[in-house]
Design a protein around this ligand. Structure first.
Ligand SMILES: [Zn+2]
Length: 243
């Protein structure tokens, strides 16, 4: 029995002499691990179609139990992304989060669409001139993608009021705690152990991410301090998701 899937290659591992075990994120069934026979032999064309972070159509042949990868045709190689060191660093972070937070056969078509959109945008940014602004934009899109990914997984956070006392958010400095459910005012965060401080600009960035589609976010520019604070928030959420 043959079955086709839309897939993005997340990871691969050599097994035996010439085989490989691939991990795909698919539109149809979510995360899927499947072996490919003789894929490392000589001129195996199959391997080039399913390099890491390539969008492809794959065919699985099911005999007994687990299927075997029988064919693949790349739909988008995201060439510029693959040639850009900063872009590869970004997708490597994303790979880590996806592999740790998504279980096998946990299917979500919105996550797949968001992931394709993210790779497309990163590839577009990678086509432009390499400079610090390009790097910053890639990090911003990556941080935005991750916060949207967590939201699709059901991890949304209150960024309107203090999530402990329901009081107003301070104008100068607040805290963020995934465990508490979002923003904490200055009074409440004093006693918190795991907490990231956030400046008003970071709070603004979180609101922009929450209320805009990923496509529109490429136009937004944020400064380095915001990126650093968003990075800490993401680590905090990831730790909370994996608890
Ligand atoms: Zn409070």
């Amino acid at each position: 029995m043959k079955q086709n899937y839309h897939a993005i290659t997340l990871d691969k591992r050599d097994i035996g002499e010439t085989d490989r075990l691939y991990t795909f994120y698919t539109y149809e069934v979510g995360l899927m691990r499947v072996p490919a026979r003789a894929v490392r032999k000589g001129k195996a064309k199959l391997a080039s179609q399913i390099e890491d972070f390539v969008l492809s159509h794959i065919t699985i042949v099911q005999n007994y139990g687990r299927g075997i990868l029988a064919g693949a045709v790349a739909e988008n190689y995201f060439v510029a992304l693959h040639k850009n060191y900063e872009a590869l660093k970004c997708v490597d972070i994303v790979r880590g989060v996806l592999l740790t937070t998504i279980g096998e056969n946990d299917c979500d078509k919105n996550i797949f669409a968001l992931f394709v959109q993210y790779l497309t945008q990163l590839d577009e940014i990678a086509q432009k001139q390499e400079d610090t602004e390009q790097q910053s934009k890639m990090q911003w899109i990556t941080n935005s993608f991750l916060i949207k990914l967590f939201a699709l997984q059901g991890y949304t956070f209150n960024i309107v009021k203090c999530c402990t006392c329901s009081g107003a958010i301070c104008e100068t400095r607040n805290g963020f705690s995934a465990q508490r459910g979002g923003i904490l005012c200055e009074n409440c965060f004093k006693s918190e152990e795991y907490l990231s401080y956030i400046d008003p600009d970071t709070l603004k960035a979180l609101r922009i991410i929450q209320s805009n589609r990923l496509q529109s976010l490429s136009k937004v520019t944020v400064h380095n301090n915001v990126q650093v604070q968003l990075g800490r928030i993401i680590v905090d959420i990831e730790r909370w998701v994996m608890r």
